[in-house]
Design a protein. Structure first.
Length: 344
C-alpha cells in the first residue's frame, strides 16, 4: 500500500484533503491525523472490519481498546450509556480538549472497538483538522495514537510516516501537536470517577469541577498489575536505547562519573538549567524544570531523537515534584525506562 502524506495548509481551503480522508474512512481505510495531544490513527469507529485494520497496522494487542473521537456531545451520547451529571459538567468544562471519558457502551459500538469490553472511551479533540474530519465523516472515528505498538507516541507527521509508511492510506500533516502527551482518561462508570491515565487535565483541575476523584492504583505501581485501562499494562513509549532515570541530588555528578566520554552511543537528557554541567557530545535538553507544559510537548520528540542518534544507553535526569503535569510525564518515562532508575 502507498501511504500518501498530505500537508494541511490552514490558510487555504483544504476541504479536498478532508473529503479525500472521508472517502478513505467510508471505504474502511486508515487515516492518520493531528489532534492537540498526539497524532491519531483513524478508522470508522462503528465498523468492526475497519477497526481490525488498526490493530494490524500498529501490531497492537487485540484486548487494548480504542478511543472513539466525536465532534460534540450529541455524537458522544450516540455511543455512550448513563452519561452522569458529573460527566456533563466535565464535558462542559474541558471538551473539546485533552480528556477522554469512559462510559458504558451502546450496542452500536462493536467489540473490535472496545477490545471486548462493555465500556467505551470517548473524547472530543480540540483540533481544527480532527474536528472537521469527524464532522464531515458524521460518525465517531476510532483512533489510537498513530505509532507502532510499543514505540513513543507521534507528535509530528514524520513520526507517523516513520512507523507506519506502507501500512496506512493517508497522513494529514497539520504540524506539531500542542500538548504532546495523550489525553487524561477518566472512568465515569463509577460513583467516584477514577483517573486511569494521567495527562494535561490534572486531578486537581477535575476535582475543582466535580469533587473527589480517585487515581487507578496500578498507575503508581511498577508491577502495573491490572490497570483499568488495558493499554497501561503494556511496555510503552520505548526507544531502542536503554534508559536509566536518575533522580536525587546533583545527578550530573553521578552521570559524569558513569558516562564514557569517548563512547558516542551513550547520551544524557537533562534540563536547560543543567546543560552547562555536561561536556559529553550527546546532551539533549527536554526543557526547563519550571515549564512542565514544554517538557510534556518535547517528551516523545526527545525519545524518538535518541533512536535517530543511534544511542544505546541514556542517562535521563528526572526530579521529584508535586506538579501533576510533570508526574504525567514521569508516568510515560517510567514505562520507557522499564522502571529502571537510580535514586541518589
Ligand atoms: O490523546 C489521546 O487520547 C490519543 C489521541 C489520538 O486522541 N489517543 C490515544 O489512544 O492515546 P491509545 O489507543 O494510544 O490509548 C488509549 C488508551 C489505552 O490505554 C486503552 O487501554 C485505554 O485508552 N482505553 C480505551 N478504551 C477503554 C475502556 N473502555 N476502558 C478502559 N480503558 C480504555
Ligand atoms: Mg498509544
Amino acid at each position: 500500500m502507498e501511504t500518501v502524506l498530505a500537508k494541511f495548509d490552514f490558510a487555504e481551503n483544504n476541504s479536498n484533503i478532508i473529503n479525500n480522508a472521508v472517502d478513505i474512512l467510508k471505504k474502511g481505510g486508515l487515516v492518520a491525523f493531528k489532534t492537540e495531544t498526539v497524532y491519531g490513527l483513524g478508522s470508522d469507529g462503528l465498523n468492526s472490519d475497519s477497526c481490525k485494520k488498526i490493530y494490524e497496522a500498529k501490531g497492537r494487542p487485540s484486548d487494548n481498546p480504542l478511543i472513539l473521537h466525536v465532534s460534540d456531545i450529541k455524537m458522544l451520547n450516540s455511543v455512550s450509556l448513563n452519561v452522569s451529571d458529573k460527566a456533563v459538567k466535565l464535558i462542559e468544562k474541558f471538551s473539546p480538549g485533552p480528556i477522554t471519558f469512559i462510559f458504558e457502551k451502546k450496542e452500536c459500538v462493536p467489540y473490535e472497538t472496545t477490545g471486548g469490553l462493555n465500556t467505551v472511551a470517548v473524547r472530543i479533540p480540540d483540533d481544527e483538522i480532527a474536528l472537521s474530519l469527524i464532522k464531515r465523516f458524521d460518525k465517531p472515528i476510532a483512533a489510537p495514537s498513530a505509532n507502532s505498538s510499543g514505540r513513543p507516541s507521534p507528535t509530528k507527521a514524520s513520526h507517523v510516516l516513520f512507523d507506519l509508511d506502507g501500512k496506512i492510506d493517508l497522513i494529514i500533516d497539520g504540524g506539531d501537536c500542542q500538548v504532546g502527551i495523550e489525553s487524561t482518561i477518566i472512568d465515569m462508570t463509577k460513583d467516584v470517577p477514577i483517573i486511569v491515565r494521567p495527562g494535561f487535565i490534572t486531578k486537581k483541575m477535575i476535582e475543582n469541577v466535580i469533587g473527589e476523584v480517585l487515581v487507578d492504583e496500578p498507575l503508581n505501581d511498577e508491577l502495573d498489575f491490572k490497570p483499568i485501562a488495558p493499554g497501561m499494562k503494556y511496555k510503552h513509549y520505548a526507544p531502542d536505547a536503554n534508559i536509566i532515570l536518575v533522580k536525587g541530588n546533583n545527578p550530573h555528578e553521578y552521570i559524569n562519573d558513569k558516562i564514557d566520554h569517548t563512547n558516542f552511543k551513550m547520551g544524557v537528557v537533562t534540563f536547560s538549567e543543567s546543560k552547562h554541567l555536561y561536556t559529553h557530545k550527546n546532551v539533549l535538553i527536554i526543557g526547563s524544570k519550571n515549564e512542565p507544559d514544554a517538557i510534556m510537548k518535547n517528551l516523545f520528540k526527545i525519545l524518538r531523537k535518541l533512536d535517530i542518534l543511534g544511542l544505546e544507553l541514556v542517562y535521563f535526569e528526572v526530579f521529584e515534584t508535586l506538579d501533576e503535569k510533570y508526574q504525567a510525564v514521569l508516568n510515560r518515562l517510567n514505562k520507557a525506562a522499564s522502571y529502571n532508575y537510580i535514586e541518589l
